[in-house]
Write a protein that binds this ligand. Sequence first.
Ligand code: GLU
Length: 293
Amino acid sequence: MTYVGRFAPSPSGPLHAGSLVAALASYLDARAAGGRWLLRIEDVDKPRSVPGADRVIMGQLEALGLHWDGEVIWQSARDAVYQHAFDDLAARGLIYGCGCTRREIAEAADARTQGVDILADSERPYAGTCRHGLPPGRAARAWRLRVPAGIEVFEDRWLGQQRQDVARAVGDFVLRRADGLWAYQLAVVVDDGAQNVTDVVRGADLLTSTARQHVLARMLGLTPPRVMHVPLILDPRTGLKLSKQNHAPALDLTQPVVTLNQAWQALGFTPLTASHPETFLRAACAAWAARWR
Ligand code: GLU
């Protein structure tokens, strides 16, 4: 199978040192495999998308020599594709309307999850309140997937074998949000499938989404991609993940090789000497191939 990788930034702001690590790793992994590297702008969450941030990100990637293959796709233009997947699941009785408010979800989860080991983040599983029908007088707000029971096991190329009981740790998750927007989980799975993505290389903050994405992919008749979750960069002052929300500083594009070397070191390699991004990336690609392929 020919390798197809992708970088899928959400345009909520410019790339920062943390998102560059994911971009660089996915680029190198694709190039080291002789594969294609696609760029997908994940602007499905319209309220969080910043106008113009997509173009800024594209300019940053170009300035760093991270050239993608083929046409860029924007999730905001793919409503019909997500609707089609949603209708397909609905026709098979695999989704249901949920009338719960945020507060009700949190309260039901707290009552149910005492003693359950939930993977990392602060997310609380959905208790399944509306699974067998909306309570009287309630209208559907969001639409959820009926998650089958069972443990999802997958191999992460960086982190090793992972497992998650999606039904217990996550519960029936949202595919269409209460504000009418498509959920990231649906869009990412549909698009990785539509673009024949074989390999997802991304930041470790998305590790906890992987098992549910694999479950959904199979329910849609898709083969889940191989995955590799690379380290996050932590803000030295706060110890929190570097992110746009935490006001990560802008990337320095005046010294592209220095900027690339910082991301490269975050991936566990020693700095490379190069005069241009192109020569840097050629050397990095060879070192990546020796380590990972
Ligand atoms: N759009 C997501 C983000 O920027 C990444 C999705 C993915 O790589 O699967 O966090």
